[in-house]
Design a protein. Structure first.
Length: 518
């Protein structure tokens, strides 16, 4: 059995509606998943929803619903959103799934039996909003807590704690000797700085059921439910376990087996997450896995945060982008293109409507769209849509873009790959301007030259579809359809020059990105 390339996203809190930040992360993961598929690997891509905890319980109460009914209703919107983004996820986890709950409990049992969990009385401060315990260290210089914590109460209660204290040094050593574990580098350095300059305090992994009922009961004490983050992180292994991943099932000695679909997934190749949840993924999660006897994921890939017009995206101030509205107006691929081309994985980004429209007009409508439309329209007009004899004037340009794209996709350099592909778009548009096929068509003595130019352009359009597949799957499919090709451009090997046979009849050209009055 071959291990599949396994990629995950953060699972979004179910309360609320999806926004640009959520969409961005899921699109990055989708492009990486599609890239590995186009490179010939078997892939498993997981995304989903984080449904337990106080916020959900309170939001459900406010609507007079049971938490489960509330989650079910919102989960339908989030799943529709994943479809709207054309994510190629292989599964969609909801932390209220019985298959997930079972593995959370098996994980807790494993860690408890390993002696890594103990019970203790806690007295101190607690933020209900963030569901987190606070200490005096969390106070600001003026003695107050950050308003982001909401109301902070003093509280004394017994809880279960997960031992983190003794784990610091091996984790530091691991991160130092595995530079690709946390990427980009500056995030890795932040994690190392945090681990070297702080003493890890044991993590409270329970909440009394009497205070917070909406969670997974601890298998060893039914008066408590599991802390949402312990619950949520386990999604990365619960779904592989549900698909019969032997590494996880063996480690958890769990009886859940699904012999029909045994696939090898763990360890994950990439967890894609945002910069605000690095500590949970690069500190708590590795320690949890070690306590369960499981290998660590290969990489935590941290993306930055989007702002809009230079300010925080916020529902309360109305500074939001509704991805669904943008997609309905401009098309999914215009949305995917803007977020991938505008922002590399790592830094923070800034959405502006003007920037979005400028890229749409210049790079999509006038760049790629114009190239494909004029190339195919000329072939239709001058050669009745029949591909002429092969020629290889643009073969070297195509090979360069293909090699670069292949190398960049392997390194998850999505923005650079798009730059390289657009280098080819620009080159081909220049080629039209230089060779002037519309002039050649007027001179019968130039018929052979016109054939050559038309072959070069048509074949370049075909290769562009192949290169674009991970990024703009709808556009890639449309180009193939307009070329009269019935297969899907989902394998990078198909980018080899000259695959378009002479004599082939293309389909109907149509604008890919209609020009809009902006
Ligand atoms: N439920 C937790 C994650 C648990 S993973 C085991 C959570 N959910 S969230 O809905 O708040 O965020 C989900 C993801 O969206 C996170 O990776 C977060 O960084 C990302 N983003 C939320 N807002 C964002 C932006 N404005 N920009 C980019 N990404 C952002 O955290």
């Amino acid at each position: 059995m071959n291990k599949r390339f396994y990629i995950t996203t953060a699972i979004d809190y179910v309360n609320g509606q999806p926004h640009l930040g959520h969409a961005y992360e899921k699109i990055i993961a989708d492009v990486i998943a599609r890239s590995h598929r186009t490179l010939g690997q078997e892939v498993f891509f997981l995304t989903g929803l984080d449904e337990h905890g106080q916020k959900v319980q309170q939001a459900a109460q406010a609507e007079g619903k049971s938490p489960q009914a509330y989650c079910d209703q919102l989960a339908a919107d989030w799943q529709a959103f994943a479809k709207k983004l054309e994510l190629t996820n292989d599964d969609f986890v909801r932390t209220t799934d019985p298959r997930h709950k079972e593995i959370v409990q098996a994980s807790l049992t494993r860690v408890f039996n390993a002696g890594q969990i103990y019970k203790q009385t806690y007295s101190g401060f607690y933020s209900t909003k963030e569901e987190t315990f606070l200490t005096d260290k969390d106070r600001r210089p003026d003695g107050t807590f950050d308003p982001a914590y909401g109301e902070v109460i003093e509280l004394q209660e017994e809880n279960y704690f997960f031992k983190l204290g003794e784990q610091q040094q091996w984790l530091i050593d691991y991160i130092e000797s595995n530079p690709s574990f946390v990427q980009p580098d500056h995030r890795r350095n932040e994690v190392l700085g945090f681990l070297k300059n702080n003493t890890l305090e044991d993590l409270c992994i329970s909440r009394p059921a009497a205070r917070l009922g909406w969670g997974i009961p601890l298998p060893f004490d039914k008066d408590y439910v599991t802390y949402v983050w312990f619950d949520a992180l386990v999604n990365y292994i619960s779904i592989p376990a549900a698909h019969g991943d032997a590494t996880i099932l063996d480690a958890l000695k769990s009886e859940v087996r699904n012999p029909k679909s045994e696939i090898e997934l763990w360890p994950a190749d990439i967890h894609v997450i945002g910069k605000d949840i690095v500590k949970f993924h690069a500190v708590y999660w590795p320690i949890m896995l070690k306590a369960m006897g499981l290998p660590l994921p290969k990489q935590i890939l941290v993306h930055g945060w989007w702002q809009k017009d230079g300010a925080k995206i916020s529902k309360s101030t109305g500074n939001i982008i509704d991805p669904i509205a943008v997609i309905n107006e401009w098309g999914l691929d215009a949305f995917r293109f803007y977020v991938l081309r505008e922002l590399d994985i790592g830094p923070d980004g800034n959405w502006t409507d003007a920037g979005f429209k400028a890229r749409y007009q210049a790079e999509l409508a006038n760049g790629l769209g114009n190239l494909v439309n004029r190339s195919l329209s000329m072939l239709k007009r001058y050669r009745q849509g029949i591909v002429p004899a092969k020629h290889d004037e643009l073969a070297a340009d195509v090979a360069k873009a293909t090699d670069e794209t292949r190398a960049l996709l392997k390194q998850n350099q999505l923005q650079s790959a798009l730059q390289s592909i657009w280098g080819l778009v620009t080159r081909a548009n220049q080629y039209v301007d230089q060779t002037k096929p519309f002039s050649l068509a007027k001179d019968p003595a130039q018929a052979k030259r016109l054939d050559e130019v038309l072959y070069n352009l048509t074949e370049t359009c075909r290769v562009l579809a192949v290169l674009l597949w991970p990024f703009l799957p709808g556009t890639a499919s449309k180009i193939y359809a307009q070329l009269g090709l019935t297969d899907v451009p989902d394998k990078l090997d198909a980018a080899t020059w000259g695959r378009l046979p002479s004599g082939h009849a293309i389909g109907e050209p149509a604008p890919l990105f209609p020009r809009k009055d902006i």
